[in-house]
Design a protein around this ligand. Structure first.
Ligand code: GTP
Ligand code: MG
Length: 367
């Protein structure tokens, strides 16, 4: 067995060096934080591989190129994720034990990380919890009670359609706009809500599509409109949007589908801002996928801020093992949650966001 120690500025870098030096079969024996000669904190990883001599030294990749991925690269990436996560958990747990010296607190911290909270959110939540608990060291059930109170207090909820009247409105109907990145489920979620309003609440509703960008997008919405028997208008500009709303006078609500674009690109947001400039009686939903990366969610929400979304809808909750991820931006930006997409079926797989469901992200039934 060959055992080697690596010191790198960050965990991903250290893992990369382990992989390059010892190959994909390397096993992590331990990680710890150490200081380099300049006093900067680094990560030290001890890793081993079950062979006597090192494999052929890896060739440095040519500038601006990446090494060819190995055959089993997907499995390899997953393994590395798991190793990285384990190391992170071990070091995070140490930090917390050192900070608070309480095993129950660090256990809860570790659990929150495993269910998708990032270190910062979990740490802040627990700091707040500990501030409300007895100094002697809270029990597990006291911690869970305090966590539940924190989540109830800090996660806002809203149901914009709960107050909607059945009757047709006299003037221009309110526009409910579904914004968000590509492929998150804007059109599907709109269709789920349209079916709920039309079939269950028996409301006169209309649809507008602003999505003339993607081939087939209009057909997708038209299919739903035909099945539900509701009028559908198409608009590309602010004036067309206003005249489409005028044509849908008498509806209780008008649901507006928008184009999925790369909204990390600022000009796409400006296009939307122009369309909704000075248009009143508008509620924006920002639709996001629960499978998106934490950092990307943060950027997307920041991009959409100028449009003033009233609430967030998270889709694809059924497709993630770490649904707690959605609370990172929710707690950070304090936007209320309205609905959760829990599958592809229209209209069944949409539920209202509730505190009980949010609790279930961390402690699923039976746990
Ligand atoms: N598993 C799962 N799939 C979902 C959910 N919501 C939507 N989808 C699926 O996500 C895919 C994309 O859905 P769309 O509604 O077309 O997404 P979109 O945001 O309108 O996409 P663009 O208009 O192209 O930006 C489809 O296959 C949907 O069935 C959900 O809650 N869970
Ligand atoms: Mg769409």
């Amino acid at each position: 067995m060959q055992v080697k120690t690596f010191v790198a500025p960050t965990m991903p870098q250290a893992l990369e060096w382990v992989r390059r030096e010892l190959g994909p079969d390397a096993v992590l024996l331990g990680t710890r934080k150490v200081k380099d000669p300049e006093g900067k904190t680094c990560i030290e990883i001890t890793a081993a591989v079950d062979r006597e001599t090192p494999s052929t030294p890896p060739r440095a990749p040519a500038p601006n190129t990446f090494p060819a991925p190995p055959q089993d690269s997907i499995l390899q990436e997953q393994l590395e994720d798991i190793r990285g996560m384990l190391s992170l958990l071990l070091s995070a747990k140490d930090t917390f034990v050192r900070l608070h010296g309480q095993e129950a607190v660090s256990d809860l911290y570790q659990h929150l990380l495993l269910r998708g909270l990032n270190e910062k959110t979990a740490f802040t939540l627990l700091e707040n919890i500990l501030a409300t608990c007895s100094k002697e060291g809270p029990t597990k059930s006291q911690l869970l009670d305090a966590l539940s109170r924190q989540l109830n207090d800090r996660v806002g909820l809203t149901d914009p359609f709960a107050r909607l009247e059945k009757a047709a409105v006299e003037g221009s109907p309110r526009l409910y706009v579904f914004l968000g990145p590509t492929g998150v489920g804007k059109t599907t979620t709109l269709a789920k809500i349209a079916a709920y309003l039309k079939l269950k609440k028996k409301m006169p509703i209309g649809l507008i599509s602003l999505d003339t960008y993607r081939i087939g997008a209009l057909d997708q919405l038209k299919t739903y409109a035909d099945i539900l028997g509701v009028p559908l208008k198409v608009a590309q500009t602010r004036l067309e949007l206003l005249s489409a709303r005028e044509a849908l006078k008498g509806c209780s609500a008008v649901l507006v589908d928008t184009t999925g674009r790369n909204y990390l690109n600022g000009s796409s947001i400006q296009d939307l801002q122009e369309i909704f400039r000075d248009v009143d009686d508008v509620s924006h939903f920002l639709v996001l996928s629960a499978t998106a990366k934490d950092e990307d969610l943060r950027h997307v929400i920041q991009r959409f801020r100028p449009l003033g979304p009233e609430s967030l809808i998270f889709t694809k909750i059924d497709e993630t093992l770490t649904p707690g991820t959605i609370l990172n931006p929710v707690l950070r930006f304090a936007y209320p949650l309205s609905y959760l997409g829990v599958g592809q079926r229209v209209p069944e797989d949409l539920v209202r966001a509730t505190h009980k469901r949010i609790w279930g992200f961390f402690f699923p039934r039976g746990h």
